[in-house]
Design a protein around this ligand. Structure first.
Ligand SMILES: Nc1ncnc2c1ncn2[C@@H]1O[C@H](COP(=O)(O)OP(=O)(O)OP(=O)(O)O)[C@@H](O)[C@H]1O
Length: 355
């Protein structure tokens, strides 16, 4: 099983060429980057400028949505208001030609899987948002899709319903190893945990599409959005030969000492917040990157303190609460930040050189 999607849709800012084998694939990106549009192209619900969707070797260009073997759980579960829950779920199998009895059996099965059997006779208007989301998942699965598209499946759920839905998604995706699951999410934790394990690939939509194994995408961010997901500091710069990079700042060009690299031209320089050390006095000794600036914000972050700095390069540092207490630091305080060259990485940027 595999899903190939090539789509260009200028109006929606979408330009992708993806080849997704069976497994779990996360799609993320800033608001308006085209995530929902991508799913609608795969499901056959929209007409982009150009699209080629191939599922399990079948070209879907001329295939109507209900015959594509694609299940879509959209952000606002559009259940049919005049049908009860069971008939909503039975709709998919019915429209692919299953008899009434068989379609109802299938619906009952999937309603049980998502824990909604006792709501089978209700109308959608009598469901909470979280319950409607579960019915929408059952409906997507009842069509026995080869590809399951999930648009923010946890977004409508409250804190209590979320673990149950995560468990259902994990069960479903494990039960069908040949299924291609495409999960749209804003939350990097979903990329890592939604189906009980790290997604096989991650795609970040935006001006430039980033795609690959999750770890690779997060370790080599090519956009501020991805760097934000990964929590790393990101600077657009021009690579210097062998090691180092130069970036323009308000005070003129700044050289950044980096580990050795073979990048030429435009690059992204990254370093993790926990690679940034903070000092009250100018540090002495080995670090070659030492910048002076002010603290702009301090936040608690997963048991650590994140300190946002306004230095020649805007950046954040992650320190232990104990280190923060020892310094101590408040917004507006002057501070020195240092980063070892060996902790600074350089990735090609594939855009016009800067600096
Ligand atoms: N029905 C529509 N008609 C015209 N333009 C639309 C329509 N829906 C979305 N757009 C535009 O297409 C672009 C992509 O939208 P889309 O909803 O696919 O992005 P998204 O990444 O899913 O966003 P979000 O994170 O906000 O859900 C945006 O610029 C949006 O304004």
């Amino acid at each position: 099983m595999s899903l190939q999607v090539r789509a260009d849709w200028a109006q929606r800012g979408l330009a992708v060429d993806l080849d997704l084998p069976a497994g779990r694939h996360a799609v993320t990106g800033p608001n308006g980057s085209g995530k929902s549009s991508l799913l609608s192209v795969i499901a056959g619900l929209s007409r982009p400028d150009r699209a080629r969707v191939v599922l399990d070797g079948r070209a879907l260009d001329e295939v109507p949505p209900h015959r594509r073997r694609v299940g879509l759980m959209s952000q606002a579960p559009a259940l049919f208001p005049h049908l009860d829950v069971r008939d909503n779920v039975a709709f998919g199998p019915r429209s692919t030609g299953r008899g009434r009895r068989g379609a109802r059996d299938t619906a009952n099965h999937w309603l049980e899987v998502v824990g909604m059997s006792s709501f089978a006779d209700r109308r959608p208007a009598q469901l909470s948002g979280g319950q409607a989301a579960r019915v929408a998942l059952a409906r997507a699965l009842a069509a026995e899709p080869d590809a399951l598209l999930l648009d923010e499946p946890l977004a409508a759920l409250d804190v209590e319903a979320t673990p149950a839905m995560r468990a259902v998604l994990a069960d479903v995706t494990h039960a069908r190893e040949d299924l291609v699951v495409v999960l749209v999410t804003h939350d990097v934790l979903d990329v890592l945990t939604v189906a009980d394990g790290v997604a096989d690939t991650m795609t970040v939509l935006g001006e430039r599409v980033e795609h690959g194994p999750v770890r690779q995408v997060l370790e080599h961010p090519r956009s501020a959005f991805t760097a934000g997901l990964a929590g790393v500091n990101l600077v657009h710069a021009a690579a210097l030969s062998g090691s180092g990079a130069r970036t323009p700042t308000a005070d003129g060009p700044l050289e950044i000492a980096t580990g050795p690299h073979d990048v030429t031209g435009a690059c992204w320089v990254t370093f993790a917040p926990d690679a940034v050390s903070l000092h009250r006095e100018q540090p002495e000794g080995s670090p070659r990157n030492v910048w002076h600036g002010r603290v702009s914000r301090v936040e608690a972050h997963a048991g650590r303190a994140r300190v946002w700095l306004s230095t020649p390069l805007p950046m954040s540092a992650e320190v232990t609460p104990a280190a923060l207490a020892a310094l101590p630091l408040r917004p507006g305080d002057r501070v020195w930040a240092s980063v070892k060259a060996s902790q600074v990485r350089v990735h090609p940027a594939h855009t016009d050189p800067v600096g």
